[in-house]
Write a protein that binds this ligand. Structure first.
Ligand SMILES: *Cc1c(COP(=O)(O)O)cnc(C)c1O
Length: 491
C-alpha cells in the first residue's frame, strides 16, 4: 500500500483530527474498564522487544498501523497503574483533567525556561503552586517550584543547604582538593527514601557522610539519636548540614516528629527538609493537617501531586523558604538567555531554580486537576482512600491468620500472614512471599512488599482514583483465599 506523504511538513491535519478523536475514544473506553486487563503485566523479559523490528522504518507508516501494533504488542506489556486493583508501591492516577492538561501541554509545546518564553506558563506555575500551598496549610513564606520528581527536589534542597553555608563557596571552588572544607553531614533515618542519599552522592557529599539515624519502634526518626549524632559529629570537627524529616515514609508511611526535629535543626543550624512526597498531601484534609505540624519551620518541603493528587506523572511541588538561595546555587545566565524583564527583576525565570533549562508546561495539568475536582473534591477522594485503608487494617487486626506490622496513619497498610502455630521467621517469610506471588498472579490486584526488622512484609497502598470498597474487599478475599490454599499445602 502506498502512503501519501505530499510535503515535508507535519502529519496531515485531517489524519491528526481523525486519529485524535479515535484516541480520545480509545482512552475513555480504557479508563472505563482498565480491569479488563491483568493489573500486573504477565510479560516475560524480552518478550516485547522480540516483537519489534530491530531497525527503524525507512518509509513512513500510517498511524493506523502504529496504533494497531500499540494494541497488539505494547498493551500486553503494560502494568496497569489505572487498574482499580493497583495497590503496589503507591497508587497513582492520571485523571481525566490531568490527561487533558498533558494533551494541551504537548500541543502547545512551550518551553517555560524564562518568563518571556511563555509568560502564562511561569505565572500559572506561581499561581497553582500557591493554591496548593494554601490547600496544604503552609505559610505564605514558602515559594513553589515545579520539579519532575521528589528525588530531584530533595537533591536541590541539599544543594541549597550547602549554598547557604557561609564561606563554603562550593559553587565556585568545588569540593575536591580542598583542605579547608570539613566533612558535610546529612542526617536521615533508616526509613528515609533512597533519593535523599542519592542526592548526597550526586552532590559530592559522599555516602559515608549520610548518617542514618535509627528509627523508633514506630519507624519514626528518633530526635534524641539525631542530636547525639550531631554532637558526635561536631566533636569530630564535621559540619552538620542537612536533616530530612519524612511525613509518610515509603515502607510504612510513618511520620517523623517534625516539631522536635525542627527544634534541633534550629539549635544546630541545619537545613530542615521535609519529604512529604506521599503523606504530606494528606494535609489538604482539615482533619489530617496535623501531619505537617512543624513544617512551617522547615527550610524546604516536597509533596507529589503525581503521587496522591490525581496528576499524571511527572509533577512534584517543591516549596522553599529561601528561593534566593536556590537561585544563588543554580542561576547562570548566558547572554543569549537574558531578557529585559529579567534585567529589570520584575519576573521569575524558573530556569534559575534548578538544573534543567528546558521546562515542560507542567502547571497546566495541575491547574486542570485542581479546578475540575475543587479542593474539597480532592480532599474527599483522599479521605475515602484513608477510610478504605483503615477498614482494610481493621480486617487484618480482626483476623487470626494475619497481623499488622506497622501503624496505618494514611491509606497504606503493612501486614503479613501469620497463621496460628507457624512461628518460624524463615517459614513466615517464605509463606508471605508465596502469598504475594499468588495474589498478584490472579491479575485482579497488585500488591508489593517491604522488609521491616528483617521480616518480609506485605504492603497494600490505596491511592488510585478508581480503587473502591469493592476492590479493597476483593483484595482481602483473595489474600484469605490464597492463604488457605497455601497453608493446605504446608507439610
Ligand atoms: C515516592 C517517594 C519519593 C520518590 O518520589 P519521586 O517523585 O518518584 O522521585 C520520595 N520520597 C518519598 C517519601 C516517597 O514516598
Amino acid at each position: 500500500m502506498s502512503i501519501p506523504t505530499p510535503s515535508l511538513g507535519d502529519m496531515n491535519l485531517d489524519d491528526f483530527r481523525h486519529y485524535g478523536h479515535r484516541l480520545i475514544d480509545w482512552i475513555a473506553d480504557y479508563l472505563e474498564h482498565p480491569e479488563r486487563y491483568p493489573v500486573l503485566s504477565p510479560s516475560q523479559p524480552d518478550e516485547i522487544k522480540a516483537q519489534l523490528p530491530t531497525t527503524p522504518p525507512q518509509q513512513p507508516e500510517t498511524v493506523y498501523q502504529i496504533l494497531t501494533d500499540f494494541e497488539k504488542i505494547i498493551m500486553p506489556g503494560l502494568t496497569h497503574w489505572n487498574h482499580p486493583g493497583f495497590f503496589a508501591y503507591f497508587g497513582i492516577t492520571g485523571s481525566g483533567p490531568g490527561i487533558l492538561g498533558e494533551l494541551l501541554t504537548a500541543a502547545l509545546n512551550v518551553n517555560a525556561m524564562l518568563w518571556r518564553t511563555s509568560p502564562a506558563a511561569t505565572e500559572l506555575e506561581e499561581v497553582t503552586l500557591d493554591w496548593l500551598r494554601q490547600m496544604l496549610g503552609l505559610p505564605a513564606t514558602f515559594d513553589g517550584v515545579i520539579m519532575d520528581t521528589a528525588s530531584v527536589a530533595s537533591m536541590l534542597a541539599i544543594a541549597a543547604a550547602r549554598e547557604a553555608v557561609e564561606g563554603l563557596a562550593v559553587r565556585t571552588k568545588g569540593l575536591a582538593g580542598r583542605a579547608d572544607v570539613p566533612r558535610l553531614r546529612v542526617y536521615i533515618s533508616d526509613q528515609t527514601h533512597s533519593s535523599v542519599e542519592k542526592g548526597a552522592i550526586i552532590l559530592g557529599i559522599g555516602q559515608d557522610n549520610v548518617v542514618k539515624i535509627p528509627s523508633d519502634d514506630h519507624f519514626r526518626l528518633n530526635p534524641g539519636e539525631l542530636e547525639r549524632a550531631i554532637k558526635a559529629d561536631l566533636a569530630a570537627g564535621h559540619h552538620p548540614l542537612f536533616v530530612c524529616a519524612t511525613v509518610g515514609t515509603t515502607s510504612t508511611t510513618s511520620i517523623d516528629p517534625v516539631p522536635a526535629i525542627a527544634e534541633i535543626a534550629q539549635r544546630y543550624r541545619l537545613w530542615l527538609h521535609i519529604d512529604g512526597a506521599y503523606g504530606g498531601m494528606a494535609a489538604i484534609l482539615p482533619e489530617m493537617r496535623h501531619v505537617l505540624a512543624g513544617a512551617e519551620q522547615a527550610d524546604s518541603l516536597v509533596v507529589n501531586p503525581h503521587k496522591w493528587l490525581f496528576t499524571p506523572i511527572d509533577l512534584s511541588a517543591f516549596y522553599i523558604r529561601h528561593p534566593d538561595i536556590l537561585k544563588q546555587a543554580f542561576s547562570l545566565i548566558p547572554e543569549y538567555l537574558r531578557s529585559a524583564e529579567t534585567d529589570a527583576k520584575i519576573v521569575k525565570d524558573y530556569m534559575d531554580y534548578g538544573v534543567q533549562l528546558g521546562r515542560r508546561f507542567r502547571a497546566l495539568k495541575l491547574w486542570l486537576v485542581i479546578r475540575t475536582f475543587g479542593s474539597e473534591g480532592l480532599a474527599a477522594r483522599l479521605r475515602e482512600h484513608i477510610r478504605l485503608g483503615q477498614q482494610f487494617a481493621a480486617w487484618i487486626d480482626e483476623s487470626p491468620n494475619f497481623e499488622r506490622m506497622a501503624p496505618t496513619p494514611f491509606s497504606t497498610v503493612c501486614f503479613r500472614a501469620h497463621p496460628p502455630r507457624l512461628d518460624d521467621e524463615t517459614e513466615l517469610d517464605q509463606l508471605n512471599e508465596a502469598l504475594l506471588n499468588a495474589v498478584n498472579a490472579t491479575g485482579e490486584i497488585f500488591i508489593s512488599h517491604t522488609k521491616l526488622h528483617g521480616c518480609y512484609i506485605l504492603r497494600l497502598a490505596i491511592g488510585n482514583i478508581r480503587s473502591d470498597e469493592y476492590r479493597v474487599r476483593r483484595a482481602w478475599e483473595l489474600l484469605q483465599g490464597q492463604l488457605a490454599l497455601l497453608t493446605e499445602m504446608l507439610p
